[in-house]
Design a protein around this ligand. Structure first.
Ligand SMILES: Nc1ncnc2c1ncn2[C@@H]1O[C@H](COP(=O)(O)OP(=O)(O)OP(=O)(O)O)[C@@H](O)[C@H]1O
Ligand SMILES: [Mg+2]
Length: 288
């Protein structure tokens, strides 16, 4: 059964789409079968993984309205992940769904047939708390909240967590908050760290480590139709997402990313080979 994660924050531009694309590619590197779901009418995930939303004929819109089964609409991307793509038509789904009974469950029901085909399903939610995001949260086991650590960021987190409470009460009792993922992070500024500490203190959410640092590498990737794992695979940003992917995949930190290990000097006895990069905690931390 696939582990389903929604990536949500109604604030725009906090790296939801980037996180879904990067985690998807990193999980694929680990050999996991991954499906990404573009639940945003802007279709940025679809575009950034190399499909042209303006020419796609079948999309998640048809799936949510019950016209097509999800399996028919899935495409494989150059990164090796499967994608349930979006087009601008998805904006119309909201209006149609609003008049339907059980509208919050449309995505969950559509994905039910695919749960055995994938290990992980990642849902890229739009920057709103409307019916599409509620569908994403209703279909998910866990939600990851990307957070750009700047003034007033905490307000969005509070509103999202209220929505998560509503979803738990009404449509998905088992939904868990995996944690806040600091994105576009500038570790040099005390401000970023203060905002993060404030969010943890206010809402008692876990902070997923390591934070994703701001880097121009991320802005370059979408134009190539690949994620940063392919365009700058040795960058710190790619590495950070690999670490999160390992945590999601349930892999321990001890057997850290084999491709990035430096070989021990010739003649080093096996027992002296240093444990690899266990200094950076992957697991969630900060719960109070
Ligand atoms: N760590 C990073 N460093 C620098 N730029 C980044 C980083 N992560 C994402 N970006 C850039 O920030 C912009 C917004 O990212 P992205 O589209 O992933 O956010 P989003 O939350 O999905 O936005 P929206 O709410 O509009 O869907 C993009 O141009 C992306 O390339
Ligand atoms: Mg997005």
């Amino acid at each position: 059964m696939a582990h389903v994660l929604a990536v949500a924050n109604q604030k725009g531009g906090v790296a939801k789409t980037t996180s879904v694309a990067s985690l998807g590619a990193a999980l694929t590197e680990l050999g996991r079968r991954v499906l990404l779901v573009d639940l945003d009418p802007q279709a940025c995930l679809t575009f950034s993984l190399g499909l042209d939303p303006d020419t796609i004929e079948l999309s998640v819109h048809d799936v949510l309205l019950g016209r097509l089964s999800a399996g028919i609409v899935v495409s494989t991307t150059a990164d090796g992940t499967d994608l349930l793509p979006a087009t601008i038509e998805l904006a119309g789904s909201e209006a149609v769904l609003l008049s339907r009974t059980g509208r919050e469950h449309a995505l969950r029901l559509a994905l039910a047939d695919l749960l055995d085909d994938y290990d992980v399903i990642l849902i890229d939610c739009p920057p709103s708390l409307g019916v599409l995001t509620i569908n994403g949260l209703t279909a998910a086991d866990e939600v990851i909240v990307p957070l750009q650590c700047e003034t007033l960021s905490h307000r969005g987190v509070g509103q999202l967590l209220d929505t998560v409470q509503d979803v738990r009460r009404l449509t998905n009792a088992g939904l868990r908050v995996r944690g806040v993922l600091p994105t576009l992070f500038d570790a040099r500024t005390a401000h970023s760290r203060a905002v993060l500490a404030d969010v943890v203190a206010r809402y008692h959410v876990d902070v997923l480590s390591p934070p994703i640092a701001r880097s121009v590498r991320f802005a370059e990737a979408p134009g190539t139709g690949r994620s940063i794992l392919a365009t700058a695979g040795r960058s710190k940003g790619a590495d950070a997402y690999r670490r999160h992917a390992r945590a999601i995949a349930g892999l321990s930190t001890a057997d850290e990313i084999p491709a990035r290990r430096s070989p021990p000097p010739a003649g080093t006895p096996a027992a002296m080979t240093p444990a690899v990069a266990v200094a950076v905690p992957i697991t969630a931390q900060g719960r109070r």
